[in-house]
Design a protein around this ligand. Sequence first.
Ligand SMILES: Nc1nc2c(ncn2[C@@H]2O[C@H](COP(=O)(O)OP(=O)(O)OP(=O)(O)O)[C@@H](O)[C@H]2O)c(=O)[nH]1
Ligand SMILES: [Mg+2]
Length: 322
Amino acid sequence: MNNNEIEKMNERKPYVIACIPAYNEERSIAAVILEAEKHVDKIIVCDDGSTDHTAQIAERMGATVIKHEKNMGYGAAITTLLRKALELGADIAITLDADGQHNPNQIPQLVKPIIEGKADIVIGSRFLQTLKEKIPTYRKLGIKTITRLANITTKLGITDAQSGYRAYSQKALQNIAPKLTETGMGVSLQILEIASQANLKITETPITIRYDVEKPSKKNPLAHGAELLMTLIKLVALERPLIYIGIPSAASLITGIALTTYLIWLFNKTRYFSVPIALVALGALFLGTILATSAITFHALITISKKLEQGQNPRTRESRTT
Ligand SMILES: Nc1nc2c(ncn2[C@@H]2O[C@H](COP(=O)(O)OP(=O)(O)OP(=O)(O)O)[C@@H](O)[C@H]2O)c(=O)[nH]1
Ligand SMILES: [Mg+2]
């Protein structure tokens, strides 16, 4: 945010909207809304195809409810919410879970750095406060691994890449909301990737999280982790395909060529044709070719889409406005 924008926001009270994704959360949604409304101007709930009374309860509690006809996933719910917040002219949007794990009374802590002009995105981190031992070990390990990997690609140096408790400035919403495509839990990572590309300022603030409020039908943590890993690979590989797909492709091709050379040398020397080596060589050459083709295709597609984004004609390299 530049100084003008900060001054403009400080002239009046910022318009803060809480965005709550909810999928079958009838047990907790009312309490979350009740607590959150003390700290925000408006609450929007995205009912993500719930089959229980989540939507009716949220409506009765006075929230604006946007319903997905069927369950589309956490990322789809977040996308719907952030786009709606932008459309409603939010100065700040807060996302928090509907299951009661996040404490709405911590909203002021998340909003503060944005009001002070110190950040465009504030992440509520579970790893910056003393209660961290309450997080189940396998989750802590999973979140930390994903965060470490995310930090390599985004270079943001954050402690909790997977937190759903976040605050976004209007500038962040404008940059992020239109670009979201991840429908699952990977959206948290995609947001960081976009934020890093757009040079948005990100800070973290300590939050507490409850693990004693969980629903019986939770997603398997292994499936959850695998989904995040896939997103990360997708984001990274697609962002720099020449490196992340090109290098494995080159390694595979070199292995294939080396094995083929060895095979020929062996045959010349001993008249023995090793079928296993031939198969591995063929596989490596095949894989290398496929990866090389993908790397070049992705690279071309990304270059074209980036040019289009900048309003340039990809063929002539001339700006549309000239
Ligand atoms: N799992 C899941 N959650 C959704 C979906 N759509 C919206 N949500 C909401 O997104 C929020 C986060 O979902 P959780 O399943 O609690 O995910 P989490 O907090 O990262 O994982 P846990 O640590 O297992 O609680 C909750 O408020 C859900 O109701 C969906 O399709 N799947
Ligand atoms: Mg949860």
